[in-house]
Design a protein around this ligand. Structure first.
Ligand code: AMP
Length: 377
């Protein structure tokens, strides 16, 4: 297993903000970056050395790309399995294609969690209307119906509040396979962003606390407010998931935390995650650099936090009336601005984020929220 050293080229499937921040870290360390996605002038492409714009199904283009890079990783988990397999004929791909296959589909992911006894939200597999009736009866209401594939930020999700809503909800699936989940009355949502290298070494950023608005991450801060027991359990679950998957790269395990201290895995993200963006400004090694080190066979870096930190997402909504007032948001010198280079600001679209460090979590959260409000002044 040779190490991939600086000046080598890292191939990245996907071209969004995660790839952009990965590319920034890779270029900082003297690597070249080649991004592959169907789009042009993308957040990743703008900072990469090379940008291929081709469909993921265009296997000739995929093979050409794979031949031109030294290792492949991804920032987008919905890359088709065939694409990853075609690339893997020529070059090593991390995390492995099988992991992508498992985590890009809620049913496969939940089946994996169940099989290995990881705590997870109770669920049922839905193929027919009858399945849905039975599942609602056994899990109770409210329940959450989610399409098995291509879901993120609450997309493809419906809340079912009563049996009377079953037929309508089933129709909206339009024939797509789905899972029904019990609705979890959680106290808070937390995540563990971690990394595992090719030798099996593991590093983590502790527990990060996440607040969502309309199913989209709004604010993250670290460290999360939770007991030492919950902290240790969450990290141990993440470590065990990474090991069971024989994971290489940065992984995020998202949890629901109940008032009784019980942790349930909501989702796995086989890549750097929005809740880990704050590691860019607050840690010795960011989640993106960690991904780079892991896939290149370099030692993982320190995950130490310089200070408590908070992150606020910037959605397209804030462009609705006028260009945000950037100077105003940056009045406080502890605030950092990240914009992803997306030209069109659509409602709900992640356009950038702000991070703030503070002496306490409360101070960091207050600073980042004030900065975001100041954008609109
Ligand atoms: P997901 O795309 O599955 O991560 O869901 C997005 C958000 O919807 C989560 O972060 C939760 O805030 C909420 N959510 C999803 N599933 C459930 C559930 N089973 N019970 C309660 N809230 C949920």
């Amino acid at each position: 297993m040779r190490s991939i050293l600086p000046n080598s080229t890292i191939g990245v499937f996907g071209s969004g903000q995660l790839g952009r921040m990965f590319a920034i870290e890779a270029r900082k360390m003297g690597y070249r970056v080649h991004t592959f996605s169907p789009d042009n002038d993308t957040p990743t492409g703008q900072v990469a050395d090379f940008e291929t714009s081709a469909e993921y199904e265009d296997l000739d283009a995929v093979k050409k790309f794979a031949r031109s890079v030294d290792v492949v990783t991804f920032e987008f988990e919905n890359v088709p399995s065939k694409t990853v397999e075609a690339a893997a004929e020529f070059v090593e791909v991390y995390p492995k294609g099988e992991i992508l296959h498992t985590t890009q589909n809620r049913l496969r992911e939940k089946t994996f969690l169940k099989k290995h006894n990881f705590p997870h939200t109770p669920f049922r597999h839905i193929k027919t209307l009858d399945d849905l009736y039975h599942a609602v009866q056994s899990l109770g209401t409210p329940a959450v119906l989610k399409t098995a594939g291509f879901g993120y930020d609450g997309k493809g999700q419906q809340r079912i509040k009563a049996v009377g809503e079953v037929e309508n909800a089933f129709e909206k699936l339009k024939g797509n396979e789905a899972v029904l989940e019990a609705f979890v009355e959680f106290e808070k949502e937390v995540s563990v962003v971690c990394a595992r290298d090719r030798k099996g070494n593991f590093a983590h950023y502790g527990v990060i606390e996440n607040d969502h608005e309309n199913h989209i991450l709004d604010i993250s801060f670290a460290p999360a407010v939770c007991s030492e027991k919950v902290f240790a359990e969450a990290v141990e679950i993440a470590r065990s998931v990474a090991e069971t998957l024989d994971y290489v790269g940065t992984l995020c395990v998202e949890f629901f935390l109940g008032a009784d201290g019980k942790l349930l895995i909501n989702e796995l993200a086989p890549r750097p995650h929005n809740s880990g963006h704050l590691t860019f400004d607050a840690c010795v090694t960011s989640q993106f650099e960690q991904q780079l080190r892991a896939v290149c066979g370099l030692p993982l870096g320190s995950t130490e936090f310089y200070k408590p930190c908070a992150m606020a997402n910037l959605l397209g909504d804030i462009w609705e009336t006028q260009e945000p007032n950037w100077a105003n948001a940056l009045q406080n010198p502890n605030v950092k601005l990240h914009l992803y280079g997306k030209s069109e600001a659509r409602k709900g679209r992640k356009m950038g984020h702000l991070t703030a460090i503070g002496e306490t979590i409360e101070e960091a959260v207050k600073t980042v929220k004030t900065a975001r409000e100041n954008l609109l002044r």
